[in-house]
Every structure is written in structure tokens, then in C-alpha cells.
Design a protein around this ligand. Structure first.
Ligand SMILES: NC(=O)C1=CN([C@@H]2O[C@H](COP(=O)(O)OP(=O)(O)OC[C@H]3O[C@@H](n4cnc5c(N)ncnc54)[C@H](O)[C@@H]3O)[C@@H](O)[C@H]2O)C=CC1
Ligand SMILES: O=C(O)[C@@H]1CCC=N1
Length: 267
């Protein structure tokens, strides 16, 4: 039985923890380090796992998943540095933090994988992009892929693309939820009951996502199929163009990419 340590069990840590349990992991094989006392008790009650110190969790683990905020990563690495040995695999899910930064804190030969996850992993529809550090071989990358694949798709990418990936799929669910909020509010503005507007928007989103995935048809073609000459959709899309929504998406994702790079620099 392999042991996995989860260091930092907030939103994303719980997402990974619950996913591993849904995939059949024995709670005894999951060692959790979480600094907030109340949160630790909550997770113990909810999942039957034991929360221990970060060092205790990491020492006994084959794989150590670091899921604290980028700003907390330096402190956690300093705490764990003397307790991690070659043969253990460190998997970081933090935005911006490079494998070089992590390796610089750890003993030579400790393997590192950088991951950009997203929250839909909570419903087994996550998107994970993974990149190996300098001591990580293909077999260890496959271990990381195996760990994550129970809760979503896993793509192996060069680390130089991680900041762009963070802007697209890491932060992406927030943009989609923002669009959903905006469409629901619009429905309410047009006189629909909120519950009706919400149901309409969620099913439309789900159906559209399923069409994209299952037909493999280009999104432009799918949009054109909905857009009748002089029809309602053309009137709506014209407004999105007038308000430069496409350009706003480009700027937003550039800002997220840039912020990921700033996090790497420690700000
Ligand atoms: N929430 C999201 O959608 C995504 C988050 N991430 C990354 O995941 C990481 C965690 O993010 P969230 O879960 O959203 O944050 P969070 O704030 O919900 O969770 C972080 C957890 O780490 C704990 N923690 C902090 N310092 C600690 C320490 N020294 N020892 C033990 N536990 C400690 C905190 O108490 C907290 O429970 C970040 O690096 C973020 O960039 C990546 C992609 C998506
Ligand atoms: O906003 C953040 O910094 C994290 C990383 C990607 C999604 N959430």
C-alpha cells in the first residue's frame, strides 16, 4: 500500500483528499497536515483520516502533495526539508511555484512534479496539467498521473507552459461561474424567476460543454449553428462584440498568466 501525504487541506487539498477516497484509497493511507485546528477536526470527522504534523505526514509518505498557498510554500519546504529523502515524490499543486524553487529547498535527488489542478476535480471532472522537475523520471511522472487521474483528465506539459495553463484551466472555473452568474442575473432582469433562470443557464452550459466534447466540432461552427440571419443570437453577439468581451477575455487571461509569474517571484 502506498501512502500519500496531503500538506494543506483547504479547498484544493480537500478536493484531492475526497477524490482519492472516492477512488478507493484507504483512509489510513492518507496522512494529512493542516495547520488550522478546527479544519483538521472537521476533516477527521468527515473523512476518517488522521491529521498529524506536517513532518509526521511527510516522513511516512511515498508521495507528498503540497497544497498550501504559494506564499506559504517557502515555510512548508523549510519545515519539511530535512525529512524528505530521495525516493519520495513531492507533488506541488501551488500556482506559480516552480520545480526549481522546490528543489532548491530539498535534498538532492528528491523528485518533484508541478501540477495545475482545478476544482471540478470535486466531481471527478478535474483538469490537471503536470510537469516534471529536474530529477523526476517518467515512472515518477506516471505515479503522479495515476494519483490525479481518478478525479479528472491529466495532461503532461512542459513547465514553461504552466503559467498559461493556470490562466486557462486553473482559474478557468471561476470565469465560467462568473458567466453563469451574469446570465442568471440577466434572466432575472428579463423577468424570469431566479430558480428558472438558474436551471436554464446550468443546463445550457452543461449541454454546450457536452456538445463540444462529444461532437468534436469547432466552437465557431457550433456558434454559427445557433446564429440565424437577423435573429436573436446575432443581436446578442453584436452586443458582446460592441462591449469587447473577446478582448476582455484575452486581457483577463494575460493578467492571470502574469500574476502566476509574479507568484513565482515571491510577491
Ligand atoms: N482553489 C483553486 O481553485 C485552486 C488552487 N490551486 C492552488 O492550490 C493551493 C491551495 O489553494 P486553496 O486550497 O484554494 O487554498 P486554501 O487557503 O483553501 O487552503 C490552503 C490550506 O493550507 C493550510 N496551511 C497553510 N499553511 C500551512 C502549513 N504551514 N502547514 C499546514 N497547512 C497549512 C491552510 O490552513 C489551508 O487550509 C494554492 O497554492 C493554489 O494556488 C491551484 C489551482 C486551483
Ligand atoms: O487564484 C489562484 O491563485 C488559484 C490558482 C488557480 C486558481 N486559483
Amino acid at each position: 500500500m502506498t501512502n500519500t501525504a496531503i500538506i494543506g487541506a483547504g479547498v484544493m487539498g480537500e478536493t484531492l483528499l475526497s477524490g482519492l477516497l472516492r477512488a478507493g484509497a484507504d483512509p489510513a493511507s492518507l496522512l494529512v497536515g493542516e495547520k488550522r485546528e478546527a479544519r483538521a477536526r472537521e476533516l477527521e470527522e468527515k473523512y476518517g483520516v488522521t491529521v498529524v504534523s506536517n513532518v509526521e505526514a511527510a516522513k511516512g509518505a511515498d508521495t507528498v502533495a503540497l497544497i498550501v498557498k504559494p506564499q506559504d510554500m517557502g515555510a512548508v519546504l523549510e519545515e519539511l526539508a530535512d525529512h524528505l529523502a530521495p525516493g519520495q515524490l513531492v507533488v506541488s499543486l501551488a500556482a506559480g511555484i516552480t520545480t526549481a524553487f522546490i528543489e532548491s529547498h530539498l535534498a538532492d535527488g528528491v523528485s518533484v512534479v508541478r501540477v495545475m489542478p482545478n476544482t471540478p476535480a470535486l466531481v471527478d471532472e478535474g483538469m490537471f496539467a503536470i510537469s516534471p522537475g529536474s530529477h523526476c523520471d517518467q515512472a515518477q511522472l506516471d505515479v503522479a498521473e495515476q494519483l490525479l487521474s481518478s478525479t479528472g483528465k491529466v495532461l503532461q506539459i512542459p513547465e514553461k507552459h504552466q503559467d498559461a495553463v493556470t490562466a486557462i484551466s486553473g482559474s478557468g472555473p471561476a470565469y465560467i461561474f462568473y458567466v453563469v452568474e451574469s446570465m442568471v442575473e440577466s434572466g432575472v432582469h428579463l423577468g424570469l424567476p431566479r430558480a428558472t433562470a438558474t436551471e436554464l443557464v446550468i443546463q445550457t452550459l452543461f449541454g454546450s460543454a457536452k456538445m463540444l466534447r462529444e461532437t468534436g466540432t469547432h466552437p465557431t461552427v457550433l456558434r454559427e449553428q445557433v446564429t440565424s440571419p437577423a435573429g436573436t443570437t446575432a443581436a446578442a453577439i453584436r452586443e458582446l462584440e460592441v462591449h469587447k468581451v473577446r478582448a476582455a477575455f484575452l486581457s483577463a487571461m494575460e493578467a492571470a498568466r502574469d500574476r502566476s509569474q509574479e507568484l513565482a517571484a515571491g510577491s
